[in-house]
Design a protein around this ligand. Structure first.
Ligand SMILES: NC(=O)c1ccc[n+]([C@@H]2O[C@H](COP(=O)([O-])OP(=O)(O)OC[C@H]3O[C@@H](n4cnc5c(N)ncnc54)[C@H](O)[C@@H]3O)[C@@H](O)[C@H]2O)c1
Length: 331
């Protein structure tokens, strides 16, 4: 006999990580009890402040079932994953093991413990090279790196598990998460850091000598890659909107989380120079494998169906919040 879930409890895999910790903060502010489940491989125990931390491995079904039976969550928000597209080209099996096999163990544990709902962190990388300027959810799915392929495999597992077991799955395809909530003492802290905005700010902090531009000969207005940057608090908020949306058993929904506006690497560096007052020298390097020239969301469906509005995602706000965080953490 499985006890009924507690509607206010949410199990957050990867809750000690960058996006997970910000989402836990908003969950707690919204009246939920977030339970972070994390092996601390890239996350931090100091980032878990809004509920308990249960240390555990994603692939460990026994441990997952123990935690699910202890807290009886009504939903899982599933962030835990390996996240670097470039690394996935060099170490693909790590991505299939952690992201695919780990998610399989999680979905099986949810089925066995009757946890009815999952919100899954997918990515724009499932689309591969854009065939249209804005990427809608209907764009063909053709990932060009194992990271994107691993996330698409999890989407497929969720689709099949929804149909067979009545699971409700909200798939959220993020564009580039950035910024921080410096007032809450949390922000981006990856080791090694591969994301552009923190790497540029490391130069302003004197931790790095120069910032790298990987490819300045792309078919974009200034030759550098264009991405859609979404403030971490806007992104986190979308998870609450997704959780609150009434959906029938067995249904699956897919939403892009981005702003619909793209900025180039050079534009990011220009704004970072203005905000930090540092000249931020750059060096031009060869293109990285698996990097499409442009990735910009069509967020129309999320705006319409999730009742969600990004309100903090101007480039100035994003970089100013990230700068405030990195100065506290590394300054
Ligand atoms: N950061 C972005 O811009 C971005 C963009 C698209 C999608 N995503 C997705 O969002 C999610 C969160 O990304 P993030 O930037 O917060 O990454 P992160 O590395 O900061 O967080 C991931 C967390 O998961 C934990 N974890 C990883 N493997 C685990 C395992 N096997 N068992 C238990 N815990 C494990 C880590 O310790 C960490 O706390 C990931 O699924 C990522 O693919 C991120």
């Amino acid at each position: 006999m499985v006890e009924a879930p507690d509607p206010h409890t949410v199990l957050v895999t990867g809750g000690a990580g960058y996006i997970g910790s910000h989402t836990c903060r908003l969950l707690a502010a919204g009246g939920f009890r977030p339970i972070a489940y994390d092996n601390l491989s890239t996350g931090h125990d100091w980032a878990v402040k809004w509920g308990p931390l249960e240390r555990g491995e994603l692939a460990d079904g026994t441990r997952l079932r123990e935690v699910m039976r202890k807290y009886r969550p009504a939903a899982v928000i599933h962030f835990a994953a390996s996240i670097a597209a470039g690394e996935s080209v060099i170490e693909p099996l790590k991505y299939y093991r952690n992201n695919v096999a780990g998610s399989l163990a999680l979905i099986e544990a949810m089925r066995d413990c009757a946890v009815p709902r999952i919100v899954f962190s997918s990515t724009a990388a499932v689309y591969g090279n854009p065939q249209t300027r804005l990427l809608s959810e209907a764009h063909p799915l053709a990932p060009i790196n194992p990271y994107g392929a691993s996330k698409l495999m999890v989407e497929t597992m969720l689709r099949d598990a929804a149909a067979a077991h009545g699971l409700i799955a909200n798939i959220l395809r993020y564009f580039n998460a950035s910024g921080a909530d410096p007032d809450a003492g949390i922000g981006e802290d990856h080791e090694p850091e591969t994301h552009l905005i923190p790497r540029v700010l490391f130069v302003a902090l004197g931790k790095e000598r120069e910032a790298s531009i990987f490819g300045a000969d792309y078919p974009t207005p200034d030759g550098t890659c264009v991405r859609d940057y979404i403030h971490i608090l806007d992104l986190a908020e979308a998870h609450l909107c997704a959780l609150k949306r009434e959906l029938p058993k067995g249904s699956i929904s897919v939403h892009n989380l981005g702003t619909g506006h793209g900025y180039s690497v050079k534009q990011i560096m220009e704004v970072a120079r203005r905000i930090t007052g540092h000249p931020i020298p750059v060096s031009i390097k060869p293109r990285r494998p698996g990097d499409p020239p442009e990735l910009v969301a069509d967020p129309a469906l999320a705006l319409q169906e999730l009742n969600w509005r990004p309100t903090r995602s101007s480039l100035e706000r994003l970089i100013a919040d990230a700068w405030a965080w990195h100065k506290t953490r590394h300054g």
